[in-house]
Ligand binder design. Structure first.
Ligand code: F6P
Length: 344
């Protein structure tokens, strides 16, 4: 039975990562007699054998803390020349590690699947503020990001009203517009623009004008991955990240002058950026993350290598990595179409 486990957090950080670590260590130690180390800086720590002990003492008070105490990176486990399944197995043996708990998003799940197929004992916990993993109904971090974005909308609306300006808020969301949609609905935005659904500047300007005609200050929420119909790729001017994906961000700054040009209404843009990934997790995220952390230790106790824990409805379920990677969970067109009727 697997006794000594290594936890790592990989990819973009997310409020609730520390609560997963705490939940796993507390239940693993208490119920299953497991021991834990934390690999520092994601896969990099595993490849390089850089780990710290995680015990009951070191996870004290962690569920309310944002970020991840073991840090994260966008380094993959197959990094040349020291990565790859054989090197990782040797490293695990050297450190006396029986299995890995990889907490991460789509990139982490796909690397974990490959490692599992190459004979590494590994399980996963899904994480992303974007909420775009199909295998789980909600990911922790999403609720916190939505709260932060909603507060930003509320604040932008008061200053927008004072000046009679159109305010544009850009939020994260690479492939899926969940943060934009939920915060936009919560904050009463007049247009919500998401990666899944291109909209023309003419349509957006029409919504903005109709708000102004009612004597109100328009509020537009745009996800970083939003595209106009003539764009093949999302707006990106900052090169590639460590997983070779374009660094997004900046579409709000493109959109605001276009709205101003088409409507004559003074328009200002704000990019929320990493503020929506930082700070304390919401209570919902703390609870979800703690449950997932606890459940992953049960999964290991049952020998469930190659699987991830996930939220199905209100229950914690187990899914294969392959199943978890089958689809991205994007905003359904019919659901967007329904909300879209309220724009303007
Ligand atoms: O995947 C989560 C996410 O927050 C995306 O919404 C965003 O595109 C990306 O991470 C930003 O990552 P980084 O912090 O590495 O720039």
């Amino acid at each position: 039975m697997a006794k000594r486990l290594g936890i790592l957090t990989s990819g973009g950080d997310c409020p609730g990562l520390n609560a997963v670590i705490r939940g796993a260590v507390l239940k693993g130690e208490t119920v299953h007699g497991q021991e834990f180390v934390g690999f520092l800086d994601g896969w990099k720590g595993l490849i390089e054998g850089n780990a710290i002990t995680l015990d009951r003492r070191s996870v004290r008070g962690l569920s309310s803390q944002g970020g991840t105490i073991i840090r994260t990176s966008r380094v993959g486990p197959y990094r040349e020349p020291d990565g790859g399944a054989e090197n990782i197995k040797k490293r695990m043996k050297q450190l006396g590690i029986d299995g890995i708990i990889a907490i991460g998003g789509e990139g982490t799940a796909s690397a974990s699947k490959r490692l599992f197929e190459d004979g590494v004992n590994i399980v996963g916990v899904p994480k992303t503020i974007d909420n775009d993993l199909a295998a789980t109904d909600y990911t922790f971090g999403f609720s916190t990001a939505v709260e932060i974005a909603t507060e930003a909308i509320d604040r932008l609306r008061t200053t927008g009203n004072s000046h009679k300006r159109c305010m544009v808020l850009e939020v994260m969301g690479r492939h899926a517009g969940w943060i934009a949609l939920f915060s936009g609905i919560a904050g009463g935005a007049h247009a919500i623009l998401i990666p899944e659904q291109p909209e023309t500047i003419e349509q957006i300007s029409e919504w903005v004008r109709s708000v102004v005609h009612r004597g109100r200050a328009p509020m537009v929420v745009v996800a970083e991955g939003f595209k106009f119909p003539d764009m093949d790729e999302a707006h990106s001017t900052k090169g590639l990240d460590g997983f070779n994906r374009p660094r997004l961000g900046g579409i709000g700054e493109v959109l605001a002058p276009l709205i101003e040009e088409h409507t004559g209404i003074e328009t200002r843009s704000t990019v929320l950026g990493h503020i929506q990934r930082g700070g304390a997790p919401s209570a919902f995220d703390r609870v979800l993350a703690t449950r997932l952390g606890m459940a992953v230790t049960d999964l290991i106790a049952d020998g469930g290598w190659g699987q991830m824990v996930a939220l199905h409805g209100t229950n914690i379920a187990r899914v294969d990595f392959a199943e978890a990677l089958a689809d991205l969970k994007t905003v359904p067109p019919e659901s967007y179409a329904d909300y879209r009727q309220l724009f303007g």
